[in-house]
Write a protein that binds this ligand. Structure first.
Ligand SMILES: Nc1ncnc2c1ncn2[C@@H]1O[C@H](COP(=O)(O)OP(=O)(O)OP(=O)(O)O)[C@@H](O)[C@H]1O
Ligand SMILES: [Mg+2]
Length: 231
């Protein structure tokens, strides 16, 4: 569904990604793991076209989309929930959700279905996004991305800073979206959820993929994998 093939990316003159190849197939959940500064967020931003591929290719649904920008990629079925959530603070929950559906193909994910995924958002529909808890803002941010009816949903540390119960709600939502056919790219620093719900993992280090395999392979090679991640 989505792939980076041998991609280099730069922040100014500093190289941020070097020869990165990752892919997510139809119906898959893949997770990107790695320490602070490993290049996980940069990889998602490069997938979304927020950072250009200096070399290599970006492919979406079998098509070479290396030169397309974020809006074009979004219309073709790619969605990104950034770490800082980026909800519109002065709009209500339902206004935030109404904005999301504009200029996107209609599909299975309607407002009603998104409220079923996150019942808490229905209760808070009229509230200002600014007044939401961190967990509610994360749900809103995911809900907005889902309303664009993406083929591939990318999430940057969605459980970061959330209470355990909310972390479970977010995990269950990701599993439900994937069961409904959405391919998922999940970035996490903590291992528990990626090991539980991913089909495959990528461990990043210094802007490159240091290791890739299944959660089962990760568990049985953990020492070896961690040795390949420099401190
Ligand atoms: N806007 C930027 N300008 C310059 N360098 C940046 C910028 N954003 C990130 N970097 C650098 O690129 C490298 C990769 O950062 P990135 O944010 O992708 O890491 P990460 O794996 O997401 O880390 P974290 O777990 O802390 O979120 C780091 O060395 C970081 O300092
Ligand atoms: Mg990051």
């Amino acid at each position: 569904m989505l792939a980076l093939e041998n991609v280099d990316a730069f922040y100014g003159k500093a190289i941020a990604l070097q020869g990165v190849s990752i892919h997510v197939g139809r119906g898959e959940v893949v997770s990107l793991l790695g320490r602070n500064g490993a290049g996980k967020t940069t990889t998602l931003r490069t997938c979304m076209g927020l950072l250009p591929c200096a070399s290599g290719r970006r492919v979406l649904a079998g098509e070479n989309v290396t030169r397309l920008g974020p809006h074009q990629l979004s219309r073709r079925g790619l969605a990104y929930v950034p770490e800082d959530r980026q909800v519109f603070p002065n709009l209500s929950v339902e206004e935030n959700l109404a904005v999301a559906g504009v200029a996107h193909p209609s599909g299975p994910w309607t407002l009603e279905r998104v409220y079923e995924l996150f019942p808490r958002l229905r209760e808070r529909a009229r509230s200002n996004a600014m007044s939401l808890s961190g967990g509610e803002q994360q749900m809103l941010s995911i809900a907005r991305a889902v309303l664009t009816n993406p083929q591939v949903l990318m999430l940057d540390e969605p459980s970061e800073g959330l209470a355990p119960l909310v972390v479970c709600a977010v995990r269950d939502a990701i599993v439900a979206l994937n069961s409904a056919g959405m391919a998922i790219v999940l970035v996490e620093q903590k291992l528990a959820i990626p090991l539980e719900i991913s089909h495959r993992l990528y461990v990043m280090d210094h802007g490159s993929v240091a290791w890739t395999g299944t959660p089962e392979e990760f568990r049985s090679n953990r020492l070896h994998v961690e040795q390949r991640m420099t401190v």
